[in-house]
Design a protein around this ligand. Structure first.
Ligand SMILES: N[C@@H](CCC(=O)N[C@@H](CS)C(=O)NCC(=O)O)C(=O)O
Length: 208
């Protein structure tokens, strides 16, 4: 069977799936599809009609799977190729979904408001009040994470797992905007542990 093909560049939300592929150690083909022109080409829209990165194409016994959404791609890669990144059992899988969906719904919209202000708007259109309100909104989920990580190094307990990779992958955008996490030291230390993995450094080198 051919290798899975992963589209996207590491300086984007595709980083989450590149990191997962590197952590799992699956042999994959990387296509450095960008989030501007490349992702709007007809050929790519046939893979991901949303015109966004990442996307994955993988062969199946009964045909080809085309998949979008970073969290779904990561769960698929971990289940098909994973080497212990997804701990066994339904409860561990459910908690992995929990943290992944939580990241996408509780953290992502607020952090994106900050990213848009800091990276995508010209200085004269940036609104410090939007950044302040988004930061205030993040305090509640960050405290939940802070309390969860009190007394355990990783989200599911003692071992790094897909739950950590997915959530730390989502929170990479907070890293990019240099969001001040000093009020949440457990979160800060956990992110540093996650980012200390060899797979994280390798993923950063893949098609930035
Ligand atoms: N929820 C999606 C978000 C994907 C996404 O929005 N990717 C951005 C790059 S950071 C993109 O491709 N943007 C291009 C566009 O919106 O046209 C995921 O996690 O995969």
């Amino acid at each position: 069977m051919s290798k899975p093909v992963l589209h996207g560049i590491s300086s984007s939300r595709a980083f989450r799936s590149i990191w997962a592929a590197e952590e799992i150690g699956v042999h994959y083909e990387h296509v450095p599809t960008t989030f501007r022109e490349d992702s709007k080409a007809a050929e790519y829209l046939a893979v991901n009609p949303n015109g966004r990165i990442p996307a994955l194409v993988d062969s199946q016994e009964d045909g080809e799977l085309k998949l979008f959404e970073s969290m779904a791609i990561n769960m698929y890669l971990a289940k098909k190729y994973g080497s212990g990144l997804l701990p066994p059992g339904l409860a561990a899988e459910a908690r992995t979904w929990q943290w992944s969906i939580w990241g996408i719904s509780e953290i992502e919209p607020l952090q994106m408001q900050i990213v848009i202000q800091k990276f995508f708007l010209p200085a004269e259109k940036q609104d410090a009040e939007v950044v302040r309100r988004a930061g205030k909104g993040l305090a509640r989920p960050l405290q939940v994470l802070e309390d969860t990580l009190a007394g355990q190094p990783y989200l599911l307990g003692e071992q790094f797992s897909l739950a950590d990779l997915n959530l730390a992958g989502v929170m990479e955008l907070l890293n990019m905007v240099q969001f001040d996490l000093s009020a949440w030291p457990n979160v800060q230390a956990w992110l540093e542990r996650c980012r200390g993995r060899d797979s994280y450094a390798r993923a950063k080198q893949v098609g930035a």
